[in-house]
Design a protein around this ligand. Structure first.
Ligand SMILES: [Zn+2]
Length: 253
């Protein structure tokens, strides 16, 4: 039986009254961006979503404070173990969440072969981090950025199953590749401020990105009348960044 008609049949079975039912596909569709589809930039102009990978790390709290002081919201794609155990930065993550910055997933251990992992291993990479985030901020994220931006193999189908919106980028700050903050700034200047908002690839694990590039970007955005928003907000999904999840009693990695 076709999936849609099966679903319609089962909905009819549980909804035996005469009132008309909504389109079943519409009913099960997640609000906000579709899961398992690669998103590279915001869905509207006039905004920018500063997005930082690979933390939490020693600069997380500083970055939270800088963004908040600048009237900016940022997005943190965090891992469980890449720069030390996530529980070691519990307070900084809680501060980021409380200040309205977005916490999103960058996998548990940032495996180099993320794009060739099995569905089971990808699922475990995501669910381990979910459990830790429920323990730390009380929610599990619905947004993720794949390590190394790897979207091949079983990545997209698995993220679709798990309900993750897959974010990559439209500007590469190049901080991971030894670019100086000044060279990163040129990437933004070159890309310009028009068109749908940028979602840059940046890393909170470099002092230059936190201390130099971020204040410059906050200014650049203001000069260009861009609102500094989270990734979820810039995709028209301000309330969709998290869902409820199940934690456990763990507090170490
Ligand atoms: Zn990364």
């Amino acid at each position: 039986m076709h999936f849609t008609s099966l679903l319609t049949a089962s909905l009819l079975a549980i909804n035996s009254s005469a009132r008309p039912i909504a389109d079943p596909i519409e009913m099960i569709r997640q609000a906000g961006p579709e899961a398992g589809k690669v998103i590279t930039k915001c869905s509207a102009p006039g905004q920018i979503a500063l997005a930082y990978d690979d933390g939490p790390y020693q600069y997380t709290q500083k970055l939270v404070d800088t963004l908040t002081a600048g009237g900016a919201k940022g997005t943190f794609f965090v891992t469980g173990t890449l720069y030390g155990c996530i529980y070691g930065q519990k307070a900084a993550l809680q501060a980021a969440y409380a200040a309205g910055h977005q916490i999103a997933s960058h996998s548990w251990s940032h495996p180099q072969n993320f794009g060739s992992l099995s569905t089971a291993d990808l699922t475990s990479q995501m669910t381990r981090l979910e459990t830790a985030l429920v323990n730390i901020i009380g929610k599990k994220p619905t947004y993720m950025r794949p390590p190394y931006l790897a979207t091949g193999g079983s990545v997209l189908s698995t993220m679709k199953t798990l309900g993750y919106r897959v974010i990559t980028n439209d500007i590469d700050a190049g901080d991971w590749n030894n670019k100086s903050p000044q060279q990163s700034q040129q990437e933004f200047t070159r890309a310009g401020a028009s068109g749908n908002g940028h979602i840059p690839l940046m890393h909170e694990t470099y002092a230059g990105t936190v201390n130099t590039l971020t204040p410059w970007l906050i200014n650049w955005a203001k000069t260009n009348n861009l609102k500094l928003v989270t990734v979820a907000e810039c995709l028209g999904d301000p309330d969709g960044a998290y869902v409820n999840g199940t934690g456990n009693s763990q507090s170490s990695c």
